[in-house]
Design a protein. Sequence first.
Length: 347
Amino acid sequence: MSNRKIQMPREVYIDPGIIKDTADICKSLHLDKKILIVTGSHTYDIGAVPVIESLEKADIDCDVIKVDKASFESISEVEELITPDTTVLGIGGGKVIDVAKLSSYNQGVYFVSMPTTASHDGIVSPLASIKNPNRSTSVKANAPIALIGDSNIIADSPFRLLSAGCADLISNFTAVKDWQLAHRLKHVEYSESAASLSIMSAKLITNNVDNIKPGLEESARIVMKSLFSSGTAISIAGSSRPASGSEHMFSHSLDKILDKPKLHGEQCGIGSILMMALYGDDWKFIRDSLKAVGAPINAKQIGIDEEDVIEALMMAHKIRPERYTILGDNGISKEAAYELAHNTEVI
Ligand SMILES: [Zn+2]
């Protein structure tokens, strides 16, 4: 029996127009001494401006910093502005949220997650992905004290980002299979409740594909709720296992191979088709679900060369050797990778 703590947000808001109530929410959580808004140049107008208005009306002291990269430099820039009284509001996409999450964690202050897109499950999880010169690393931080997701803003963001968020969630199906396999073969710690919650999050998307449409507030709400529950599964497990298996290793391989990687969720979705086929399971269900939410299902649609798909498949098992998956310790051979990609019509 481990006594590892499970970290969750204390309050979660997923509503249209909720961003205007930011000051009230901060006050009710006693986080109104000093606010530091971390945002991006694209998200400043749509996300930060209404929040600044709300805070000014309530006489809450606030500072703003714009960051454009999830790098260690951006994190130290933000850290320099943090005092012990500060609460950090991360208002933007995945990169902004990651910088806000890590800088607040390093300085021991609270952080509120205010995503303007719903493109992956980092918006609630305690993990952040930061770019090093040669690879991205997943770093442990704290879960946000609150999640404020304005479904109007998220619905207005490019639909491709929402589709990618759905694809990241659909890929939970293979992540959980890998987790169960690793539990059976290597006795890695496994949580039935975290696995069930992760699958439920994915099903919230696959059972609702008809309601995932561009510009629809309801779609944004469904995806946000699923990302929230998937992030909660990660918190319960204390690792990204429930939402990250071989399909994520395939995506991380592409991140290394490609000069300009595609969206995280899109790459993971295609990885999930491939890995589900490796399991000899229903990969067509994964493919059809991805297609139904507008996510790419093959190399051409996502804009990757066939050779890069094969290379990514062959190097995926090396990305995180301690994480046992269907790829085993030695990975997949070139011939088998070709056959797999062909059979699933990924290439
Ligand atoms: Zn992911």
